[in-house]
Write a protein that binds this ligand. Structure first.
Ligand code: NAD
Length: 429
């Protein structure tokens, strides 16, 4: 049996949805080829005096809609193939929410948990040195992703500024507020997913207080969406991290779970002897069991490829909200659709992060600082309007939400490619 790579899987889906959008052949061809893919070997002087080398990547998928934009991931599994897939999804995502950006992504193959804070700073700065010629406020604007955060963005910005001897807060987003970051960026991805989920619940005629939710991946995206949905009245019955998952029929108090996780560093340690276990009945389950729970909404918020043709049949949720990029493989789409599960696709559900990154970039470029109220109300407007466009297209044309999101995005990108002239234009001259 041939196992497809993440990028191959992303291309299969792109090709199939591009045909659905009835795109010109030349446009489809243009979308299948990443514009730039770079690999750099980063030397890192360790605290004990030794030197290690780490592979680092940056892919600028295409810049038809504007400068490229995409996160930087620090994870042991980062590789060229994954980076290309993530950059492709960023391209579609920016188009779905109507941002003036193309897609990019980057990362370092490293387990950051094994580095000291000083090694982490040196490696983050080395990443920016490695790619400084390809990054820039008009060219390519990085942001945080898995296991990177605002402090790392701040180090990368400082390195870029020292290389170019200029002040350039608009070169990177997701920075600390003090260094030009935007209010509301920290919970933007979770909030965007929350806003989409609320819209879905309204459209489906469900009652918030009846809804049971399971969240895989209790990091930046997963924590905030769980917190906001719980505040809205939903019951969060399961959450997980890379070590495992916890389940409680009566639902967790997300804020206290989060506080405990910050201290013990893993969810399994949270509901232990003297913490909350005396208060809430719970059981420990695996990440695989979490995916198959009998809940209303399943939110994969960790890594790609967790729902495959092998486990898709076990999913019992009525809806899936993809905070992670690419959690459902293309090979599983048909099984999920046949089961009638509504999927809010990653390119829409997790677009809140890049949307507030866009707001941060605007603020940096214009010397403004928006209030939290302004950021959140503009985010709400962007997300609900994107959701509505996708929902209406899906209803009118009998498409899934993923199909509608891609069709909508691909048509926007294809208009730019066609404006530069395709075969039809040149042969008819
Ligand atoms: P994060 O590093 O803050 O959190 C990731 C969480 O997933 C952690 O709790 C980690 O323990 C958990 N995890 C890792 N491996 C796991 C596994 N095998 N099983 C279960 N849990 C596992 O990362 P994040 O920023 O929340 O990103 C999560 C996902 O959301 C990624 O796919 C990322 O690309 C996507 N995303 C993030 C943003 C953003 O702004 N942060 C924006 C768009 C998409």
């Amino acid at each position: 049996m041939t196992q497809h790579s993440t990028f191959e899987d992303a291309l299969f889906r792109l090709k199939s949805l591009a045909e659905l959008a009835n795109l010109n052949h030349e446009v489809i061809e243009a979308l299948l080829h990443p514009k730039q893919m770079m690999e750099v070997s980063l030397p890192l002087r360790m605290d004990d005096g030794s030197k290690k080398y780490y592979s680092a990547y940056r892919c600028r998928y295409n810049n038809y809609l504007g400068p490229t934009k995409g996160g930087v991931r620090f994870h042991p599994n980062v590789n060229e193939d994954e980076v290309k897939a993530l950059a492709l999804w960023m391209t579609i995502k920016c188009a779905v929410v109507g941002l003036p950006f193309g897609g990019a992504k980057g990362g370092i193959t490293v387990n950051p948990k094994e580095l000291s804070p000083m090694e982490l700073e040196r490696l983050s700065r080395a990443y920016m040195r490695g790619f400084a010629d390809f990054i820039g406020p008009h060219l390519d604007i990085p942001a945080p992703d898995v296991y990177t955060n605002s402090r790392i963005m701040g180090w990368m910005m400082a390195e870029y500024e020292s290389i170019h001897r200029t002040h350039a807060p608009d070169v990177i987003t997701g920075k600390p507020i003090e260094l030009g970051g935007s209010l509301g960026r920290d919970d933007a991805t979770g909030r965007g997913a929350y806003l989409c989920t609320l819209e879905l619940i309204k459209k489906m005629g469900w009652t918030l207080t009846d809804i049971k939710v399971a969240v895989q991946g209790f990091g930046n995206g997963g924590y905030h969406v769980a917190r906001l949905l719980q505040q809205a009245g939903c019951k969060i019955v399961a959450v997980s991290d890379s070590q495992g998952a916890v389940y409680s029929e009566s639902g967790f108090d997300i804020e206290s779970l989060w506080q405990e996780k910050q201290q013990s560093k893993q969810i399994k340690g949270v509901y232990c002897d003297d913490s909350v276990c005396g208060i809430i009945e719970h059981s420990t389950i695996t990440n695989e069991q979490l995916l198959a729970l009998d809940v209303d909404i399943l939110i994969p918020a960790a890594l790609e490829g967790v729902i495959t043709k092998h486990n898709a049949k076990d999913i019992k949720a009525k809806a899936i909200v993809e905070i992670a990029n690419g959690p459902i493989l293309f090979e599983a789409d048909d099984i999920i659709n046949t089961k009638g599960i509504k999927v809010i696709p990653d390119v829409l559900a997790n677009a809140g992060g890049v949307t507030v990154s866009y707001f941060e970039w605007i603020q940096n470029r214009s010397g403004q600082s928006w209030s939290l109220e302004k950021v959140q109300s503009q985010l709400k407007e962007k997300m609900t309007s994107a959701f509505d466009t996708v929902w209406t297209l899906a209803e009118n044309d009998g498409l899934t939400l993923r199909e509608a999101a891609y069709v909508n995005a691909l048509k926007k990108i294809s208009r730019v490619i066609e404006a530069q002239g395709t075969r039809q234009y040149f042969v008819s001259r």
